[in-house]
Design a protein around this ligand. Structure first.
Ligand code: OSB
Ligand code: MG
Length: 378
């Protein structure tokens, strides 16, 4: 069989509360949704590229362009169905990993649905519940941050991550740690620091953090290695880890002791599993990062986080932490203190609600299987 039809949507959802990082503040999220159809069965994927090229060089519009003009024709033109075949063929195109991952995720969901299995079974996952965590943005004041952390703890989250940037770091960590001496706490800089900030970063050792995430720029593995030598807190890399090769370089250079894996950032589940297996073999724990996904991307993340080396709490929270009305039914909720049960239905195991998707959609395209001269020339 072959994929007969691919639909792509550009969707916009408002956040329940603004989300601010060292990149700036946002009030809503625009992202891609992908549907692949084979024989009446639909696989769903989410493309996590953001509106502006801040976290990554990709944007919603570059991802749309790459999906529509290269990846969709590749799948339809070559009759690809298997996610591994697609990943191998899509690798001829450089970069654009979030665009690649969005389509690969849809193919994984389809494959699992055809097999009647939840994705975590297909992946060889080892747990029924994953450890949840919440990522707290920068607030207008430190008391507001401490209050926000307190509310998440009241909702039974067990691991809190706070965003830091120059001028919102030591005081923020000190205030949260003073009010909540025993919680699992970590900090994420999204690459906002440079070598001149070594002393500030070293001072974070005082707050008993689980890790400090991505202090320096994505390409800067070398300076992370220098900083890690001088800090007792483990460094974790997020933006730097783009592929198996960058993960291997980071581990061999000593740039981090923990790896954040995001399926979108590394280009799909095939590459995710390669990175996971490398880290596991080298005794380096990983955890699943988030991109404020809707329930569709979030459900995909839940399944990925069942792999054995996902040993630290993930940036995976309930639907209501992000959105008033998530796109799926039922919403994702905590199943117990600091935990989320992984859905057990076929594929992602949650139902996207088509009416909510079309209400949130800014743009929709459907592409049918036609002969592609672009690929026939090769
Ligand atoms: O650095 O982990 C990050 C959101 C958008 C872009 C980058 C990051 C984040 C988050 C949100 O921290 C994590 C989540 O989805 O809960
Ligand atoms: Mg991060």
């Amino acid at each position: 069989m072959a994929i007969e039809r691919i639909e792509i949507d550009l969707v916009k959802l408002p956040y329940v509360h603004f989300f601010e990082t060292s990149f700036g503040r946002s009030y809503d999220r625009t992202f891609g949704l992908i549907r692949v159809w084979e024989d009446g069965v639909c696989g769903w994927g989410e493309c996590v590229a953001e509106e502006a090229p801040l976290y990554s060089g990709e944007t919603t519009e570059t991802a749309w362009h790459v999906m529509r003009d290269f990846l969709v024709p590749l799948v339809l033109g070559k009759g690809l169905v298997e996610p591994e075949d697609y990943a191998r063929e899509a690798a001829v195109f450089r970069g654009n990993r979030m665009a690649k991952a969005g389509i690969e995720l849809a193919l994984w969901d389809l494959k699992a649905k055809k097999a009647g299995l939840p994705l975590h079974k297909l992946y060889g996952g080892v747990r029924k519940e994953i450890e949840a965590g919440v990522s707290c943005g920068i607030e207008d004041s430190i008391p507001e941050l401490v209050d926000a952390v307190g509310r998440y703890l009241d909702q039974c989250y067990k691991r809190i991550k706070i965003k830091i940037k120059p001028g919102w770091d030591i005081a923020a960590c000190a205030a949260v740690r003073e009010r909540f001496p025993d919680i699992m706490l970590q900090a994420d800089a999204n690459g906002a620091y440079g070598l001149k900030d070594m002393e500030t970063l070293k001072a974070l050792d005082a707050f008993d953090l689980l890790m400090v995430e991505q202090p320096f720029a994505p390409y800067d593995l070398w300076d992370h290695a220098k900083l890690q030598l001088e800090m007792k807190t483990p460094l974790c890399l997020d933006e730097s880890i783009l592929s198996l090769d960058t993960a291997r370089a980071a581990l061999e250079m000593g740039s981090c002791r923990i790896v954040n894996i995001k399926v979108g950032r590394v280009g799909g589940v095939v590459e995710t599993r390669r990175i996971h297996d490398l880290c596991e073999a080298r005794g380096v724990p990983v955890w699943c990062g988030g991109m404020l996904e809707s329930g569709i991307g979030r459900a995909h993340n839940l399944h990925v986080a069942t792999l054995p080396d996902f040993k630290l709490p993930n940036d995976l929270s309930a639907s209501r932490r992000y959105y008033e009305e998530d796109l799926i039914d039922p919403f994702i909720e905590l199943s117990g203190p600091g935990a989320i049960r992984v859905p057990d239905g076929p594929g992602i195991g949650v139902e996207p609600v088509e009416s909510r998707v079309s209400r949130a959609s800014l743009r929709h395209e459907a592409h049918e299987r036609v002969r592609s001269t672009f690929f026939e020339k090769k």
